[in-house]
Design a protein around this ligand. Structure first.
Ligand code: SF4
Length: 204
């Protein structure tokens, strides 16, 4: 485990998050599945990390109701509303600061909203690539240079970051995925926020 991962895990725990550190993606997937009670409904945010962990097919095959707009052609807002009302919510975080704050930028904002005011239990799978050795500015910098450009390309958006690798907010003017930025300093009151920190790169 890198020093940064060790320090971030300690900082997250100090802020009240329930933290597990694992070495690899397969172990992370097992840990996540073990945290979801039998029969619990599961909402999922847009997340390449969760997709790459392949936990959703396993949840479906073990009988969980899974609400994920990536799984269906159904109206995404209707699915997102069900996801926000599920027992457990799965997502990642776009960035985590060295002192344990989670920074996220979202377009539709169903993901950031559900992480903050959605299911009672939120499980966030976070690869070591999401950790920044700095504070909020470093986290936003990471998101704008390493998360938004590939995300925009994945979605076929012709944002400045997709075309040039660099953010130009004025030119983008709301056409991309940067509608709102959230910073989670601590778990919202009475909510359980579990962090599975993975010692390898996954998602973006
Ligand atoms: S504001 Fe637009 S150009 Fe900048 S990172 Fe977000 S999507 Fe990309």
């Amino acid at each position: 485990m890198t020093e940064l991962m060790k320090n971030a895990a300690a900082a997250l725990a100090d802020r009240g998050f329930e933290v597990y550190t694992v070495a690899t993606a397969p172990v992370a997937a097992e840990k996540i599945l073990s945290l979801i009670p039998e029969g619990a409904s599961v909402g999922v945010g847009g997340s390449v990390t969760i997709d790459e962990l392949s936990v959703v097919p396993k949840l479906l095959s073990s009988g969980h109701a899974v609400h994920w707009h990536w799984l269906t052609d159904e109206d995404r807002h209707a699915v997102a509303r069900r996801a926000a009302a599920a027992d457990v919510y799965l997502a990642s975080s776009n960035a985590v600061t060295a002192d344990g704050q989670m920074v996220n930028i979202d377009a539709t904002c169903n993901r950031v909203a559900a992480m903050i005011q959605g299911p009672q239990t939120v499980i966030l799978a976070i690869g070591v690539n999401k950790l920044v050795d700095g504070g909020i500015s470093a986290a936003i910098g990471r998101i704008k240079t390493q998360a938004c450009p590939p995300n925009a390309r994945r979605l076929g958006l012709k944002t400045p970051c997709a075309l040039t690798g660099k953010c130009n907010e004025r030119e983008c003017n709301g056409k991309g995925m940067c509608s709102a930025t959230t910073i989670m300093h601590h778990p919202p009151k009475a909510k359980r926020v579990v962090i599975v920190l993975i010692g390898q790169s996954i998602g973006y």
